[in-house]
Every structure is written in structure tokens, then in C-alpha cells.
Design a protein around this ligand. Structure first.
Ligand SMILES: Cc1ncc(C[n+]2csc(CCOP(=O)(O)OP(=O)(O)O)c2C)c(N)n1
Length: 661
């Protein structure tokens, strides 16, 4: 085969990026042009991948954390021969329904490992990927799992706070197969980085337990030598690659003008002349394309060798590995939870839902001990999501299945995305519900990408008591429910907790929040039908005696209040029913007919939830009564607070009487 030199291969990336951005009149040419040498060295000499099989389990992962430079990734996918990326796709950059959207979307484009664009998310997600690799490798052996996670990160990625959480975790866990290539071009949108930042990134990473060095990111030999060193390190590695943004552009190179807009006809012409590439848009010389295709097929033999090793595993181990990667649950899970519910009916548990969640977790962890991967952001004893059998994960105990994430809610949520995307685990992470605010950007991405992660969010209302309004969520349920594809469950008792856990673990198309109480609640369910009524979001828990005049809707800890009010109303001769609503948005996603059957047509509709009203009008109507919070909470014992804010049986009964008079 004819030898094509590195520069021509790198310039093919530059040419495609410039042309695609120019055609779309939108996008970011600067990063692909500056980082083309890094990408070319990585993809032609180091990255273990087979372009024809982008989902091969033991491939190296490549995360473009600086998602705005998406044309770098699309050019690489096309050049290396990913079957789903054609030149036509490149020409449709940033168009509706294209495989080349503004920022990389893993659910749209094969070969894109994770969705990036919100800066910092990619690097934080990659820590979860590297963590999953470490764990799965320890379990299934290096013969089956042995790959690197490479990240291309920009100044913006490293300025975002979440990157600090991520690098601290990776350093602490000694994730030495994580290699971050930092596109150190000193430029962001507003101009030189120096106007806003003076961090020494090499020192910063070193202090977090990384190997770190600064190299010339336009020098292919230096890049290759640094990656080779990083591969041998016993620490995660940062390679700060000094580059020129918009490399090759005659007047815009090295300036913020190259960052985020089309170069314009003259500048583009000049850049192509400088780089000695054809003025013809989207043209890649045959021999250059061939050289790239050869690079894309370079890993085929490694993949085949892996397949042979995999075939040597026993059939059970093979099936287990494949099931785990498909995010399917073992058959034993359903049975274990069914038995658990049966036991609860025989011996009811009148405890906080965080405690009944702990009881469910004991059963779940026994059914899926190696894939159920819990963790907490330093609230393990309060969140109650650690199974007794689970030992802590650490650099020395990679088979540990409980992760002490430290006080890093955002890093935890992003890492969970990476763990899920890597495959092999059902990750759940815990903190207080109010601190979902700290994890929210990663939770939103989880919903967008459809990662089946579970958030165990305890202390879910004013019911947490004395810690006061800083710790008492009021708007969080509504705001989480507003995220498309986010499922929020607020179970009322031990049986619902088990049912919601089952639904959460079987959901591989999106994330689930389990909102759990600090305070005790009674077990209200006296039956556990073989199907799971929580799957409709709501169901009638207590029927009215005769035709219902009143429907009481409640979630979580307030279902107890609804049940008590129903009894009191019955004593006064008023027929009321109670509908438990573990998931409001799931109820509202049911068919019209199903919703009608659950919501019913009693003339008086009341909702009770120790949170803001937002969202409940869809069930109770504008004229329905809402018993809940109207502002922030207060510090005090939980029982006093419920009285103080009027979230009581008495207030519920009075609201009914007022509406019936
Ligand atoms: C969380 C977040 N905040 C803001 C932005 C908008 N944004 C896109 S790129 C960018 C900065 C780009 O600077 P740098 O990371 O150095 O990239 P380069 O200029 O090298 O392409 C910003 C602020 C974003 N994508 N994500």
C-alpha cells in the first residue's frame, strides 16, 4: 500500500470540518483544525477499534468531551469507514434528522460513545466508563475486558466544576486506562483563556493523582510518544497538547474568530492553500481515504482475536456477559421481589421508605450481586442504599460493588452515565433529593441519552425535619418531572418501594428517580397483585363505599394522610376514594382512557403532596384543592412542620367539606 503521510491524513479532517461548517453556515471549525494531529495519531496508531463494528465490546472508548468540535468526530467516523457515516451525512451537518447533529448524540449516531456539548460532561462521563472497564475486567478477566478510555477535552471542559470532581475520583481510583488529551489552545469564545483563567492544568492534574505532561500538540512524534508513556502509567494520564485553534487558517488561526463560526470564503480558500488541500468542497484524495480506511480496519484482527477468546468462555459466562451488556435483568430478580412482597404482606414494615428501600436492596443485591452497583455522595448511612454484602470499590478492591463517590453529586451522576453506557452494570447513586440540583446537568443528559440509571434520593420533603429549608426539597419533584424521559417515583410504602425498584431496574431507556422519606410511614398496601400497579403511575388504593363524591390523590408519605382523611369522611357519610400516585408523569403518559379510569369523575378532587402544586392541575383541575407547600420549608421536627404548613388529615377533610358545602 502506498504510504500517505500524517499531514495529509490530518488535513483531510481539517478540510471536511471547514467545508461542513461552511455549508451549514454554523458550527465550530477551530477545534477540529487544531486537534486534527492529535486525532490522527490516536486513531491511526493507538485506538483499538474496528470501524465496521463500532459496538464491539472490548473496543477502546473515545469521548469527544468538547462536543462543539463535533465535526472532528464525524470526519473520523467517515474517514475510518464507519458504515453509518457517509459523505452525504457530512454534507448534512447540523440539519434536521441528520446523523451529524450540532453536538454528538450517541442515540443518533453509531460510533458516538456518549452525548457531549455541555462542557465538562464528557470528561466526567468517561470516568464512569473507565471505572466500569476496571470492574468488569476484574470480574471477567483481562482476556475479555481490557481497553482504554480516551478523551479529547478542551479548556471549557477543564474550567467546568464537574471536571474537578471527575479528575479527583479518577486519580483516587487510579484509573490508569483513562487518558485525557487536552486541546490546550489557550482560546475560548471570549478570547484568550488568560482573561479568565490562570490554572496550571498539569500541576492541577498531578495533585489529583494523575500523570500529566505538556507537549506540542501539533507534533505527531511528540503526541505518539506521550500516548505511549500514558499507556504504561499506573495512574490516569493528562496530556496537555499545545495546539493552535483553527490551524492553517491564514488570519483566524490562534484567535477566538476560529472557534465557532464558518471561516468565510476567503479564509477557507487561504486555509486550503496553506494546507495544500483541494479547493473542491468535501474532496478527499483517494489515496488519503484509503489510508484512513486502512486505519479503520487496523483493529479487525484484534476484534477477531477477542471473539476467539470470548468463544472459549463457558456458555454460562458468555451468556451472562452478553445479558449484562444488553442491560437485561436476571430472571431471579422478578422472583426475588415477588417473594419479598409476599413477606411484606405477612410481616408489614412500618418504616421510612429509605429503610424499606434498604430491605428491597438486600433482596435485589442477592439476585444480581455483581451488576447492582450502588453508591452514595457521602450519605451512605442516610440513603440506606448499601447492601450488607456489598464491599466498597477501591483501586485495590475492583470487585467491590459500593462506590463512595465523596461529596460529588454531579460527578457521581455523570460517572453513572458512563458506567451505564459502557455496559455491564445497573448503577444507582444516592444523595438527598434537594441535592439533585447539584447533579442536574448530568441527570438531564441521562434523560436525553436514555441511560437506565437510578437515583436514590432520600429525605424527600419537609418530612426530613430539623435540617430546615436548605435541605427540604419543595420544587424538586415538579422540576424533575418536567425533564422529558425522566421517571420520578415517590412510593408510599414498603410494597410500592419494591414495585418501583423493579420498574426502575427494568427500565433501560431512561433514568429513574426514587424519592424516599426520612420519616416513618405505615405499610398501607394489604395486597400485592401479580402485576405491578405502579407501572401505570397511579392506582386506586382505597375504593369509595358507593359512588365516589371525592377523589383524594397523594404520593409518598402523604398517602397516609389521604387514607386517614378517607376514613374520617366515610364516618361523616361522604364517599371518598384514595388514589396513590407514585409517579405523576407516568400517570399522565397513560392512554386517555386509562387516565380517566384512574382519575375517575368524582366532583371533588384533592391532591396532597408535601411539595409545590406545579403539575397537579392536570389531575385535579384548576379548581381542585391542593394540600401541600406554597414556599420554602422551615427548621423543626417533622410532625410539627406538617401541622405548621397545614398538610394534615384535618386540613384535607376541611378542604373537602368546604367544596361540598
Ligand atoms: C456548560 C457549557 N457552558 C457553555 C457552553 C457554550 N460554549 C461552547 S464552546 C465554549 C467555550 C469554548 O472554549 P474551549 O473549550 O476552549 O473550546 P475551543 O475554543 O478550543 O474550541 C462555550 C462557552 C457549553 N457548551 N457548555
Amino acid at each position: 500500500m502506498m504510504h500517505v503521510d500524517h499531514d495529509r491524513m490530518a488535513n483531510a479532517i481539517r478540510g471536511l470540518a471547514m467545508d461542513a461548517v461552511e455549508k451549514a453556515k454554523s458550527g465550530h471549525p477551530g477545534l477540529p483544525m487544531g486537534a486534527a494531529d492529535i486525532a490522527t495519531v490516536l486513531f491511526t496508531q493507538f485506538l483499538k477499534f474496528d470501524a465496521a463494528h463500532p459496538a464491539w465490546a472490548d473496543r477502546d472508548r473515545f469521548v469527544l468531551s468538547a462536543g462543539h468540535g463535533s465535526m472532528l468526530l464525524y470526519a473520523l467516523l467517515y474517514l475510518t469507514g464507519n458504515p453509518d457515516m457517509t459523505l452525504e451525512d457530512i454534507k448534512r451537518f447540523r440539519q434536521v434528522d441528520s446523523r451529524t447533529p450540532g453536538h454528538p448524540e450517541n442515540f443518533r449516531t453509531k460510533g458516538v460513545e456518549t452525548t457531549t456539548g455541555p462542557l465538562g460532561q464528557g470528561i466526567a462521563t468517561s470516568v464512569g466508563m473507565a471505572l466500569a472497564e476496571r470492574m468488569l475486567s476484574a470480574e471477567f478477566s483481562k482476556k475479555i475486558v481490557d481497553h482504554h478510555t480516551y478523551v479529547l477535552a478542551s479548556d471549557g471542559d477543564l474550567m467546568e466544576g464537574v471536571s474537578q470532581e471527575a479528575i479527583a475520583m479518577a486519580g483516587h481510583w487510579r484509573l490508569n486506562k483513562l487518558i485525557v488529551l487536552y486541546d490546550d489552545n489557550g482560546i475560548s469564545i471570549d478570547g484568550p483563556i488568560s482573561i479568565a483563567d490562570s490554572v496550571d492544568q498539569v500541576k492541577r492534574f498531578k495533585s489529583a493523582g494523575w500523570a500529566a505532561e505538556l507537549i506540542d500538540g501539533q507534533d505527531q512524534a511528540a503526541i505518539a510518544a506521550a500516548i505511549a508513556r500514558a499507556q504504561k502509567s499506573n495512574k490516569p494520564s493528562l496530556i496537555a497538547c499545545r495546539t493552535t485553534i483553527g490551524f492553517g487558517a491564514p488570519t483566524k488561526a490562534g484567535t477566538a474568530k476560529a472557534h465557532g463560526e464558518a471561516l468565510g470564503a476567503d479564509e477557507l480558500k487561504g486555509a486550503k492553500e496553506n494546507l495544500r488541500i483541494s479547493p473542491e468542497p468535501f474532496s478527499v484524495p483517494d489515496e488519503v481515504l484509503k489510508a484512513w480506511r486502512a486505519a479503520g480496519a487496523r483493529g479487525a484482527s484484534a476484534r477477531q482475536a477477542w471473539e476467539a477468546r470470548f468463544a472459549e468462555l463457558g456458555p454460562r459466562k458468555r451468556a451472562e456477559f452478553e445479558r449484562r451488556l444488553r442491560h437485561e435483568r436476571p430472571a431471579s430478580l422478578a422472583k426475588a421481589l415477588k417473594d419479598h412482597k409476599k413477606k411484606l404482606l405477612e410481616n408489614p414494615l412500618h418504616v421510612a421508605t429509605r429503610k424499606s428501600s434498604e430491605a428491597a436492596i438486600e433482596v435485589i443485591a442477592e439476585a444480581m450481586p455483581m451488576e447492582f452497583l450502588a453508591g452514595s455522595a457521602d450519605l451512605t448511612g442516610s440513603n440506606n442504599n448499601k447492601a450488607k454484602s456489598a464491599i466498597a470499590f477501591s483501586a485495590k478492591t475492583p470487585k467491590g460493588r459500593f462506590i463512595h463517590y465523596g461529596i460529588r453529586e454531579h460527578g457521581m451522576a455523570a460517572a453513572m452515565n458512563g458506567i451505564f453506557l459502557h455496559g455491564g452494570f445497573a448503577p444507582n447513586g444516592a444523595t438527598f433529593l434537594v441535592f439533585t440540583d447539584y447533579a442536574r446537568p448530568a441527570m438531564r443528559l441521562a434523560a436525553l441519552m436514555g441511560t437506565g440509571v437510578v437515583y436514590v434520593m432520600t429525605h424527600d420533603s419537609i418530612g426530613l425535619g430539623e435540617d430546615g429549608p436548605t435541605h427540604q426539597p419543595v420544587e424538586h419533584l415538579a422540576s424533575l418531572r418536567a425533564i422529558p424521559n425522566m421517571r420520578v417515583f415517590r412510593p408510599a410504602d414498603a410494597i410500592e418501594v419494591a414495585e418501583c425498584w423493579e420498574l426502575a431496574l427494568n427500565r433501560s431507556s431512561g433514568p429513574t428517580v426514587l424519592a424516599l422519606t426520612r420519616q416513618n410511614v405505615p405499610q398501607l398496601r394489604t395486597q400485592a397483585p401479580s402485576d405491578n400497579p405502579c407501572r401505570h403511575g397511579a392506582y386506586e388504593l382505597v375504593a369509595a363505599d358507593g359512588e365516589a363524591k371525592v377523589s383524594l390523590f397523594a404520593s409518598g408519605s402523604e398517602v397516609e394522610i389521604a387514607v386517614a382523611a378517607q376514613k374520617e369522611l366515610a364516618a361523616r357519610g361522604i364517599a371518598a376514594r384514595v388514589v396513590s400516585v407514585p409517579s405523576l408523569e407516568l400517570l399522565l403518559a397513560q392512554s386517555e382512557e386509562k387516565q380517566k379510569s384512574i382519575i375517575g369523575n368524582a366532583p371533588v378532587k384533592i391532591a396532597i403532596e408535601a411539595a409545590v402544586r406545579f403539575g397537579w392541575d392536570a389531575v385535579i383541575g384548576h379548581d381542585g384543592a391542593f394540600i401541600g407547600m406554597h414556599g420554602f420549608g422551615e427548621s423543626g421536627p417533622a410532625k410539627e412542620l406538617y401541622k405548621h404548613f397545614g398538610i394534615t388529615t384535618e386540613a384535607t377533610v376541611n378542604a373537602v367539606l368546604k367544596r361540598m358545602s
